[in-house]
Design a protein around this ligand. Structure first.
Ligand SMILES: [Zn+2]
Length: 81
């Protein structure tokens, strides 16, 4: 089992358990919904890797689709809004 931090297009954040990464992909394909608003534009939140290094490299920006990104800092999200 694996837990993913998810967020919807409105910015609601919630955790969801999956059997594995393939299960996440399958259930996302079927349509994950936000428990707060029922929105179906749900994606994995970017989780900072927790490693033992004193100074971790900043996580690379993930590409996102216009309208499908709930990151308010994402230029694509601002373009779509
Ligand atoms: Zn929501």
């Amino acid at each position: 089992m694996i837990v993913y931090a998810l967020h919807c297009a409105c910015g609601h954040e919630f955790d969801q358990w999956f059997d594995n990464m393939a299960d996440y992909d399958a259930r996302k394909a079927e349509g994950l919904t936000c428990p707060s608003c029922g929105g179906t534009e749900v994606s994995k939140a970017i989780m900072a890797p927790r490693v033992g290094k004193a100074k971790a490299e900043p996580a690379p920006m993930h590409p996102c689709n216009p309208g499908g990104c709930a990151n308010s800092l994402c230029p694509m999200a601002q373009m779509a809004s």
